[in-house]
Design a protein around this ligand. Structure first.
Ligand code: SAH
Length: 276
C-alpha cells in the first residue's frame, strides 16, 4: 500500500464465495444463506497479506470456500498518522522499541467493529498478547459459539495501554513465549476455533474423543501396515472387539495423561465422575 492511499475503512474479505462472478441465481441464494449465518473472524494487522495463510489450506480452507466462516482483514497502515501513515512511536518513559499508538489502533478498531454486536459475549474483541490469559480448548469452544471474533495483532513492543483499557479488550496469549507479532497466534487460535464450527470437520465424533476435549490426552493412533520396522500394531486394535478397543484406548489415554501432564491428570481426578 503506498503512502498516498487514503484510509479505506472497508475491510478486505478473504471469503472467496463473493469473488465468483458467474454464480447462477440459485447459487446466489445459497451464498446469501451461508454468508448471513456464517461465523466471522476480523483481523486487525499490519500484515494483511499473511492471511488466510495456512487457514486457506485443507479443512479450514475448504470451509472458507464453502462460506462456513468468513475472514476479513483490516490493514492498520492506512489509519496511521501523516504522510507516512505512522502507526507507532517511542515508549513514554524511555526504553527500547516502539509502541502502537492508541489513536491509530482505535480508528482501525472502529472500522473493524462496524456491524458487529457491542456485546462482547456475542463478539469478543481480543488483543493477542503474551500477558494474556492462556488460550485453550475451552476458549476455542467459547469463541466458536459466538457470532464472530475480532483479533488485534500487535507488533514491536505492543499497544498503548489506554487503548486496551478504553475498549475493554480481552488479552489472550498463545503460550508462555514471545512472538514478534500476533499474526501466528491469531492463525493458531482461528484454526482451533474454526474446526469446532458445525460442518467444518466431517466426523463430529473426532472432536469429542480428541486431546483436551474430555480433560485427557488422546490414546495413540495406528494405521497400515500392520508391521513396520518390526513394530506391530497392538493386537487389541485388530481384534474387532469394540468394547475391548474402547477400554484399551481409555486406559492408554489415562496413562499418557498421568505421565505427561500431571496438571491435567489432577484436574481430571478431581472432577465428579459421570454416572455410566
Ligand atoms: N513487549 C511485549 C511483547 C511484544 S511482542 C511484552 O513483553 O509483553 C509483539 C507482539 O506479538 C505483541 O504485541 C503480541 O500481539 C504478539 N505476541 C507475542 N507473543 C505472543 C503470545 N505468546 N501470544 C499472543 N501474541 C503474542
Amino acid at each position: 500500500m503506498s503512502d498516498s492511499t487514503p484510509p479505506n475503512p472497508a475491510a478486505k474479505s478473504h471469503g472467496r464465495l463473493s469473488m465468483r462472478p458467474t454464480l447462477k441465481p440459485r447459487d446466489l441464494m445459497e451464498e446469501a444463506r451461508l454468508v448471513r449465518g456464517a461465523w466471522v473472524a476480523r483481523i486487525i494487522t499490519l500484515f494483511p497479506d499473511a492471511f488466510p495463510g495456512v487457514l486457506g489450506q485443507s479443512l479450514t480452507g475448504k470451509a472458507l470456500d464453502f462460506g462456513l466462516w468468513r475472514l476479513e482483514t483490516t490493514d492498520l497502515r492506512p489509519f496511521g498518522e501523516g504522510k507516512h501513515r505512522n502507526v507507532d512511536d517511542t515508549p513514554a518513559g524511555g526504553g527500547a522499541g516502539m509502541v502502537l499508538r492508541a489513536d491509530v489502533v482505535d480508528r482501525a478498531i472502529q472500522s473493524a467493529m462496524v456491524g458487529a454486536p457491542m456485546d462482547r459475549a456475542r463478539w469478543p474483541l481480543v488483543y493477542l498478547s503474551p500477558r494474556g490469559q492462556r488460550f485453550d480448548q475451552a476458549m476455542a469452544h467459547r469463541f466458536s459459539r459466538c457470532e464472530g471474533l475480532t483479533l488485534l495483532c500487535g507488533r514491536f513492543e505492543g499497544v498503548d495501554q489506554r487503548l486496551l483499557d478504553h475498549h475493554q479488550i480481552e488479552e489472550v496469549s498463545l503460550g508462555d513465549f514471545v512472538l514478534t507479532g500476533g499474526e501466528i497466534a491469531a492463525q493458531a487460535m482461528l484454526d482451533a476455533t474454526v474446526r469446532l464450527l458445525p460442518g467444518v470437520l466431517g466426523n463430529a465424533e473426532s472432536i469429542e474423543e480428541e486431546s483436551h476435549s474430555n480433560g485427557l490426552l488422546e490414546h495413540p493412533q495406528y494405521t497400515k501396515p500392520p508391521v513396520w520396522e518390526g513394530r506391530e500394531i497392538p493386537a487389541v486394535l485388530l481384534s474387532g472387539n469394540h468394547a475391548e478397543i474402547a477400554k484399551w484406548r481409555r486406559a492408554q489415554s489415562e496413562e499418557i495423561t498421568a505421565a505427561r501432564r500431571p496438571d491435567l491428570w489432577a484436574a481430571h481426578q478431581a472432577k465428579p465422575k459421570p454416572k455410566r
